[in-house]
Design a protein around this ligand. Structure first.
Ligand code: SAM
Length: 262
């Protein structure tokens, strides 16, 4: 495994993904009943963005102002002002859940796993598992707490990752049919992304955040969150928050945000 998330931490894709994660957690927290978050590809927890080799964050979290109109975006900005302690998804989740909730992290890379264990060593709500998410997730489902958000955020290093994800989702949903599964997806080739959407045999909320339009061939035009069993009308909160985010992170006048059920 060569993937190092420090290269991409704080990028437009990270900001988008973490905002969606916060919206999901906010929605689940509307009811008193406990819920769990399972972060299948957790990464390090925190990143020192000033040490990022390619500084992608400068076009992401680095472009956010101090104040925003949408409360969700403002909440995110408040959490991310210290660029030497930039929160990855595990810290975003851990700082948004309530005392009755639980966070389960899976990470395969030994160094990242150790960094998570160290970061959360005094936090009894957080359980860290080292290993392969494709094997471990199914063993964790259905979770003891029967309301759950599963964030699936793989590095897309291998050519067959989309097929493996489709298979994983199919098996995981069989084991936990009411679970909310949120998959992050890079948008590099529109044809490939649309083909993947169609290959999923479930109704889903698709949110796309693209600072660049589809017809410009750069490495990453944008990214998507595919949410199976989304909270009711989540798109009503997300669309305005993401539209405001786009105002700050747009790289091209034809950049766009989309949220729709398919
Ligand atoms: C995109 S990064 C995660 C970023 C993190 N979710 C965040 O938003 O801050 C992907 C992570 O998955 C880990 N990884 C790669 N293959 C894995 C696998 N099969 N199972 C679990 N973790 C894996 C990588 O080591 C890397 O830390």
């Amino acid at each position: 495994m060569n993937y190092q998330h420090l290269y991409h931490a704080g990028s437009h894709a990270d900001v988008f993904k973490h905002l969606v994660l916060m919206a999901l957690i906010e929605y689940f927290a509307q009811k008193d009943k406990p819920f769990c978050v399972i972060d299948t590809h957790a990464g390090n927890g925190v990143y020192n963005l000033t040490e990022s080799p390619n500084q992608e964050w400068q076009a992401g979290v680095g472009k956010l102002p101090q104040t925003a109109a949408h409360p969700l975006l403002q909440k995110y900005i408040n959490k991310t002002r210290d660029f030497s302690q930039f929160p990855g998804s595990p810290v975003i989740a851990a700082t948004n859940i309530r005392p009755q909730d639980e966070l389960i992290l899976i990470e395969k890379a030994e160094a990242s796993y150790q960094s998570l264990r160290k970061h959360f060593r005094y936090n009894k709500q957080v359980h860290v598992h080292g290993g392969d998410a494709y094997q471990l997730l199914l063993g964790l489902l259905p979770p003891k707490i029967k309301r759950g958000i599963m964030l699936i955020d793989p590095p897309y290093e291998s050519g067959d990752e989309l097929e493996k994800l489709n298979d994983l989702l199919t098996k995981a949903i069989k084991k936990f049919p009411t679970g909310c599964f949120a998959l992050w997806l890079p948008i590099k080739s529109r044809a490939l992304v649309n083909q993947f959407y169609q290959s999923l045999a479930f109704e889903k909320l698709i949110c796309e955040f693209c600072p660049w339009p589809d017809d410009i061939a750069i490495r990453l035009n944008g990214s998507a969150m595919v949410i199976i069993n989304p909270p009711y009308q989540l798109e009503k909160t997300l669309k305005p928050a993401l539209s405001e985010l786009l105002k700050f992170l747009k790289q091209d006048p034809k950049g766009f945000v989309k949220c729709y059920i398919a």
